[in-house]
Design a protein around this ligand. Structure first.
Ligand SMILES: [Zn+2]
Length: 425
C-alpha cells in the first residue's frame, strides 16, 4: 500500500483531514517506523484507542519456514532464541525496542517488538497476529500494539542454540542480543557529537580465543578497562566498511570475569575469502606484491587532520604547512584476488631500510622525491609477503591496513600447503 493510499484509508476511517494524516505518516516513515506501526501510532494519536489494526484475529497460524515477504500478518508458536534491548528515537521520543530471533522446528526468523512482551530466551510462546515486513530481502516479524504473546507450558524443541552466547569469530552485522566473554585489548575515551549533544563514548578492541573485533561502548562502563576480562550480556553488532563492530549500550550487563585467553594469531584466509566476507578485522594474507601504487614513498600530510595533501592544499583546511611522512600502497595478489596493502611509516621504514630523515636526505641528493618510492618498488615488486591487518571493503575496493608485513620464505607450492594445513585444522 502506498503512503498516499494509507493516508486516504486512515483519514476516512478516523474522520480527519487527509493532508494532516499524510504529513504525520511521512514523518514516522522517515524515522524508519514500519508502516503498520506508523498507522497504529496515528490511530492512537487521533483517538481510535484500542484499535487492532484490522483483521487482527484471523492471522493464519504458520510454520516459520512458510513465512514469506508476501504475508501480511501471521500467528506462530515458537521458542525465543535471543532478546536484545535497544533504544531508538522517533518523533522526539526515546523508545525501547526488543530484537532477536524466534525458532520452531522448521526454521528461525528475526523479530522486532515495539512494546515489552517480557520475552525471555528459552520461553516457548505463541505470537498472535504479528506483522510481516521485509528486511534485506527476508521476512521479519513485527510485534506491535495488535500482537498478542501467550506463554506456552510445553517447551518446543528446536534445532538451534537457545541464548545469545557466541565467540567473536561468529558475530555478524545485524546480530542482536548477543553475549560474549572477552578481554579488553585496547580502549580509549572519545567525545562525539551525539543526538543529545556532546557525549562520551569508549572505542577499542575486544579479543577472545577465536578473534579480535572493534567495539563502541555508548554508555561508558567502568569495568571496560584495558587488560580486564568481561562478560557482556546483550550487545548488538553492526558494521563499518564491512568489518563487524560490537556495540555495548546502557542495556548491556557488564561483569568482570577471570582472564579470557586471546589468540595471538590472525585468521589465515585467501584474498578472495576475505574480500567476499565483506571485511575482516584481523586477518593474515599471503601473496605477491605485483605493483607499488602512486602515493607511496615520501608523502605530505595536513598537520591538522592527517590527510595526505598535494601542493600544500588540504581539502578541509586549505593552505597548510604540511608534514613529511612515509607510506606504501601496494597491490598484493595471491591468485584468488587482489587487495591494496597500506603500510604506515614504521613498516615503510623497515621495507625502505632507512628512516624518514634518510628518505628526505636521499630525495634532496637526487632532487627528486620520487626516488624513495622507486627504491621501495624495486624491493617489493614480484616478491611474496605475509601480511596481517584489518581488511575493509568500500566502493573503491579492498584495503588492508597492515600491522605486520614480512617476506614469506616459501615458494608458491609450500604456500599452498601451509594454507591448506591452516584451513584444515
Ligand atoms: Zn586538514
Amino acid at each position: 500500500m502506498s503512503l498516499d493510499d494509507a493516508a486516504e484509508d486512515l483519514a476516512s476511517s478516523l474522520g480527519v483531514d487527509k493532508a494532516e494524516v499524510k504529513e504525520d505518516l511521512e514523518k514516522l516513515v522517515s524515522y524508519s517506523v514500519p508502516m503498520d506501526e506508523a498507522k497504529q501510532s496515528l490511530r492512537r494519536k487521533y483517538g481510535d484507542e484500542g484499535s487492532t489494526g484490522g483483521g487482527a484475529d484471523d492471522a493464519p497460524t504458520t510454520d516459520i519456514e512458510e513465512i514469506t515477504t508476501d504475508d501480511d500478518r501471521v500467528t506462530v508458536t515458537a521458542r525465543v532464541l535471543t532478546v536484545g534491548k535497544r533504544s531508538i528515537r522517533y518523533d522526539g521520543d526515546d523508545q525501547t525496542i526488543f530484537e532477536g530471533e524466534l525458532a520452531d522446528g522448521t526454521g528461525r526468523i528475526s523479530y522486532t517488538a515495539w512494546t515489552d512482551f517480557s520475552l525471555t530466551p528459552g520461553d516457548t510462546v505463541t505470537v498472535g497476529n504479528a506483522g510481516v515486513r521485509e528486511w534485506d530481502g527476508n521476512p521479519e516479524l513485527n510485534l506491535g500494539q495488535s500482537t498478542t504473546v501467550t506463554l506456552e507450558e510445553e517447551p518446543l524443541s528446536v534445532p538451534y542454540d537457545v541464548g545469545g552466547q557466541r565467540n567473536l569469530i561468529d558475530l555478524e552485522p545485524g546480530d542482536r542480543g548477543r553475549t560474549v566473554e572477552v578481554r579488553v585489548l585496547e580502549v580509549e575515551q572519545k567525545t562525539i557529537d551525539g543526538r543529545d549533544g556532546e557525549t562520551e563514548i569508549l572505542d577499542g578492541v575486544f579479543g577472545d580465543e577465536t578473534s579480535r573485533l572493534p567495539f563502541t561502548d555508548w554508555d561508558p562502563h567502568d569495568a571496560i578497562e584495558a587488560g580486564t576480562s568481561v562478560r557482556l550480556e546483550d550487545v548488538y553488532v553492526d558494521e563499518f566498511r564491512g568489518v563487524p563492530s560490537v556495540n555495548v549500550t546502557a542495556f548491556t550487563t557488564v561483569e568482570a570475569i577471570p582472564e579470557v585467553a586471546v589468540s595471538d594469531e590472525a585468521t589465515a584466509m585467501s584474498v578472495q575469502e576475505a574480500v567476499d566476507a565483506g571485511g575482516v578485522y584481523d586477518v593474515e594474507l599471503t601473496g605477491n606484491i605485483i605493483e607499488v601504487r602512486d602515493g607511496s614513498g615520501l608523502i605530505q600530510r595536513c598537520p591538522e587532520c592527517g590527510r595526505v595533501v598535494q601542493n600544500d592544499q588540504c581539502r578541509s583546511h586549505g593552505k597548510v604547512d604540511p608534514e613529511d611522512d612515509l607510506r606504501v600502497k601496494a597491490i598484493l595478489d595471491d591468485g584468488t584476488d587482489s587487495v591494496t596493502v597500506i603500510l604506515g611509516r614504521e613498516l615503510t621504514e623497515e621495507v625502505y631500510g632507512g628512516t624518514l630523515t634518510d628518505a628526505l636526505e636521499a630525495a634532496r641528493d637526487e632532487m627528486d622525491r620520487g626516488v624513495v618510492a622507486d627504491d621501495i618498488a624495486e624491493t617489493l615488486a614480484g616478491r611474496e609477503y605475509r601480511v596481517r591487518g584489518s581488511l575493509s571493503v568500500d566502493e573503491y575496493g579492498a584495503n588492508l591496513d597492515a600491522t605486520d608485513f614480512e617476506e614469506s620464505g616459501g615458494d608458491p607450492a609450500s604456500r599452498a600447503e601451509r594454507f591448506l594445513a591452516e584451513v584444515g585444522r
